[in-house]
Design a protein around this ligand. Structure first.
Ligand SMILES: [Zn+2]
Ligand SMILES: [Zn+2]
Length: 179
């Protein structure tokens, strides 16, 4: 049954994370009986009661509720000024992240990391052990963090690590936050 679920290029393990729960219900957007309910972030004025993964994947939920699953400002390096030279992403990539990719649950404003000029895939919530195993790849992201903080990271605690992976070159990246 899982094989019928829509897949998200930028969020490949989404059904194994805490972003959907298996709960029967009628999707507020497509009115179909569904069994996976989205429980991640959705920035919209009017919050739907039940969103199914299909309505996220095809963009219909974002259109209908004029909402976003990820805020543009959360995309690393994105500038609100359309003429900003820092904006190397095309509108299609921005729309994929914001309108058709589930978010993830963070303590603070989430960040969607970028590598090779493209938004990365969200891989997992991670703790100190996983970060240790990827230390050399994550060196750039770890640089400004102090060691005690990194040691305290946990996948389901506070602070939390958020692991991303570049679709182009496979390099991992790390975002962290806490209360
Ligand atoms: Zn739906
Ligand atoms: Zn890369």
């Amino acid at each position: 049954m899982t094989q019928d679920l829509p897949r998200f290029r930028l969020h490949p393990h989404v059904y194994r994370l805490d972003l959907f729960e298996q709960q029967n219900g009628t999707c507020s957007c497509c009115a179909q009986l569904r069994d996976w309910k989205y429980r991640g972030p959705f920035y919209a004025v009017q919050k739907p009661d039940y969103l199914c993964p299909w309505c996220i994947a095809d963009g219909s939920a974002a259109r209908r509720y004029e909402g976003q699953f990820n805020d543009e400002l959360s995309i690393e390096g994105w500038e609100p000024d359309p003429s900003a030279s820092a904006n190397t992403f095309n509108a299609e990539l921005i729309a994929e992240v914001c309108d058709r990719t589930p978010g993830y649950l963070a303590w603070q404003q989430a960040q969607w990391l970028v590598h090779c000029g493209q938004p990365c895939q969200f891989i997992a919530y991670v703790g100190a052990a996983e970060v240790e195993g990827l230390r050399s790849e994550l060196a750039g992201d770890l640089q400004q963090l102090d060691d005690t903080y990194v040691q305290a990271l946990s996948a389901d605690g506070n602070p939390t690590g958020y692991l991303f992976r570049c679709l182009q070159c496979g390099t991992h990246r790390l975002h962290t936050d806490g209360t």
